[in-house]
Design a protein around this ligand. Structure first.
Ligand SMILES: [Zn+2]
Length: 495
């Protein structure tokens, strides 16, 4: 029996996005509860598909005792403020009071702060300095981790998600707990890290599609080989302008040769398929015409990938909305567009009212202007929703006042707080059954596929303006290392 101290600190930083993550953003409850301290961590995450929960289940079953310190996350955005990072770092370090035998951290792996390129690398190094070289330190990571050399050096194990949509967050925690148990039994695996020399767009990282599905099949096969303890592949988060941005393979083996062999084999598999990690974008009008002229009975899902707040965008752009209205789309619904003023105006007017609004286009001002029109207020909601999809199922979210607005044949789901449209309950909350619409527009890059691909005739990825640019060659990198290719078979980066 061992005592395992643990903490979580999650942020995915899109350094090109307009809004930073301050301490108040980590205190607020949105997709996940706000800052939790001590025993509240395990109580509040007990129903949630999150790594800490899975870790706790397995560690307890193995007879270990858990010592929760704290857990906090904020919706992806631009940099985490220095103040927020230092406050959370201080809480974690202050919580590392003896007795404990091991440390587990539930991190994202793409945190950039105002003062640090590699937030997780710094936090892992601080924890390592505090606990010394011998206490096992295992870290679970999001699939979008930009897994740096400092992170790999400081941790005894980096255990990444294997699905995008992330339906295996709790499972990743379970894997981390089993790996931790090996360390507590005395194992000290050797490690190997390989850096893939091109940036991978998020749309190409989906594990429901090839070639990424095949990468994780290969990973599982390698892990089953003798001498290999664990393999992780984190395709990375391209809109983080840091030196070490990009996909990384990490492998652990009973000796250096085994770790190197597994890491090299997976690296090779990825490199042989470089060009296949690119998903084509369609003009919104083209996608709308495809949907409107089809005889299909199931909806066409139009993914507004570049306005995905799950990748740090504002989720308030109007490009796809404008196209739907201008192209005369019928039986269409689009969500979730964040506009607190529009939601408040709808609530003030009441269901059934007609109001003039200028919706969206307020937070991301480099794109389309607000969409002005006369909307019917079709339905109101308080934004308290329990998700039911494969990824967010069980999560209780709070999006603030919400409204279903209608203009012509287009319905628009408006919220007060941000969450990417990855769960059908966000629509059902306002009386919309997504499977009954011809077009379902979603502000999400890939996570929506878990709950929406099964009901869709086809998923079409559309290109509209947004603060998450899923085409690395279009991003103005300043800190990225030289020569990494900007996308699959892309041009080498010249700083
Ligand atoms: Zn992710």
């Amino acid at each position: 029996m061992a005592i395992i101290a643990h903490a979580g600190f999650m942020h995915e930083t899109n350094t090109f996005a307009p809004m930073k993550a301050a301490w108040t953003d980590f205190l607020r409850s949105e997709s996940f509860p706000g800052l939790m301290l001590g025993a509240a961590v395990l109580e509040l995450l007990a129903e949630t598909n999150i790594a800490t929960r899975g870790f706790a289940e397995v560690a307890r079953a193995q007879g270990h005792e858990l010592k929760p310190i704290a857990w906090a996350s904020a919706v992806p955005s631009a940099h985490v403020t220095e103040d927020a990072f230092e406050r959370m770092s201080a809480i974690v370090l202050a919580g590392l009071q003896p007795p404990f035998d091991a440390v587990y951290l539930d991190l994202h792996g793409a945190m950039v702060t105002e003062h640090l390129e590699d937030g997780e690398g710094e936090l892992i190094s601080r924890v390592r300095r505090a606990i010394g070289p011998d206490i096992p330190l295992v870290v679970s990571l999001d699939l979008h981790s930009n897994t740096t050399a400092e992170m790999a050096a400081g941790a005894d194990g980096l255990i990444g998600y294997r699905t995008y949509p992330h339906v295996d967050m709790a499972d990743t925690g379970r894997r981390a707990a089993r790996y931790m148990d090996q360390l507590l039994s005395g194992a000290r695996p050797a490690k190997a890290r390989r850096v893939v020399p091109f940036l991978m767009p998020l749309t190409g990282q989906c594990t429901m599609l090839e070639p990424t599905a095949g990468v994780y099949r290969r990973l599982a096969a390698l892990e089953a080989e003798a001498g290999v303890a664990h393999v992780s592949f984190t395709p990375g988060f391209p809109p983080a302008d840091i030196h070490e941005c990009g996909p990384v393979v990490v492998a652990y083996g009973e000796d250096q040769a085994a770790a190197d062999r597994a890491a090299d084999a997976l690296f090779q598999y990825i490199m042989e398929r470089e060009g296949e990690f690119e998903v084509p974008f369609l003009a919104p009008a083209t996608a709308i015409a495809t949907a409107m002229t089809s005889n299909a009975t199931k909806p066409f899902v139009l993914a507004d990938v570049q306005d995905n707040c799950g990748a740090g965008a504002t989720s308030d752009t109007t490009g796809l909305l404008r196209a739907l209205v201008e192209e005369g789309a019928r039986d269409a619904v689009l969500g979730v567009l964040v506009d607190p003023q529009a939601a408040a105006a709808a609530h003030a007017a009441g269901e059934g009212a007609e109001i003039e609004l200028a919706v969206g286009g307020k937070r991301f001002t480099d794109g389309d202007p607000p969409f002005e029109g006369r909307f019917e207020v079709r339905r109101l909601g308080n934004g308290k929703i329990t998700c039911t999809g494969p990824m967010f199922g069980g999560s209780r979210i709070e999006l603030g006042p919400m409204a279903l607005l209608a203009i012509g044949g287009v319905e628009l789901v408006v919220s007060t707080h941000r969450m990417q449209a990855a769960d059908q309950e966000l629509f059902r909350h306002l009386g919309v059954e997504p499977s009954e619409r011809r077009i379902v527009g979603l502000k999400s890059s890939v996570h929506f596929r878990a709950d929406f691909q099964p009901i869709a005739e086809e998923v079409l990825v559309v290109e509209a303006a947004g603060a998450f640019v899923d085409q690395p060659a279009k991003l103005p990198y300043r800190n990225l290392r030289a020569d990494v290719r900007l996308g699959p078979n892309g041009v080498p980066h010249r700083p």
